[in-house]
Design a protein around this ligand. Structure first.
Ligand code: ITT
Length: 189
């Protein structure tokens, strides 16, 4: 019987899954949603968090799985909110971030995709996209999309129609897809 999915994406965030699904579809990889809450350790880097998160995800879903940990790093705030992006968004939101950012507006989004299967050794794929924090909220999007303008563009992620062709998530998933396809998906069927 043909298998429906090549891989699962474990997350509590449906917006992340929707983007991951679209991006991986374009690489010919079918990703199912394993909706769950994952344990996040306190760590300085999203790489460490992603590595731990994917082991928790595999223990819950018992299938080849990927997770993503990401963060918005604002240069003038010494990388804040960084690994705390999810928490900070819930606490102060985009309006809070706009109040904190004064003149120097450089920032970057970072993504780490972590893969794990029964070998239980996480494999990581990292990427980032640089840009600037806008002066006000622009466009309707999730998370920090309405305040992040990627380099070379005048619009925020929320206003752009092609975010999924240039985002941190796209770049990290592109690296993952190339590795995963080489590895022969059939191994997992
Ligand atoms: P899971 O851990 O359950 O996957 P999460 O939303 O908590 O979901 P993270 O811990 O990786 O995910 O938090 C990163 C936060 O950074 C996320 O909640 C958003 O607020 C923000 N973020 C990450 N990527 C984003 C994007 O493409 N657009 C807007 N905001 C983004």
């Amino acid at each position: 019987m043909p298998q429906l999915y090549d891989i699962f994406f474990a997350s509590s965030n449906k917006y992340k899954y929707q983007e991951v699904k679209k991006i991986l579809d374009n690489f010919g990889i079918k990703a199912g949603f394993f909706k769950c809450d994952l344990t996040e350790i306190q760590a300085d880097t999203i790489k460490e968090i992603a590595a731990q998160k994917v082991i928790d995800a595999f223990n819950q879903c018992k299938k080849p799985v990927i997770v993503e940990d990401d963060g918005l790093f604002i240069t003038s705030l010494r990388g804040f909110p960084g690994p705390f992006s999810s928490y900070v968004y819930k606490k102060i939101g985009n309006k809070g971030i706009l109040k904190l950012v004064q003149t120097k507006r450089n920032a970057k989004f970072q993504s780490t995709i972590a893969f794990c299967d029964k070998k239980k050794k996480p494999i990581l794929f990292e990427a980032n996209v640089s840009g600037k924090i806008s002066k006000n909220l622009r466009g309707k999007g999730w998370g920090y999309d309405p305040i992040f303008v990627p380099s070379g563009k005048l619009k925020t992620f929320a206003e752009l129609s092609n975010k999924n062709e240039l985002s941190h998530r796209y770049r990290a998933l592109k690296k993952f897809a190339s590795w995963f396809l080489n590895k022969r998906v059939s191994t997992y069927r």
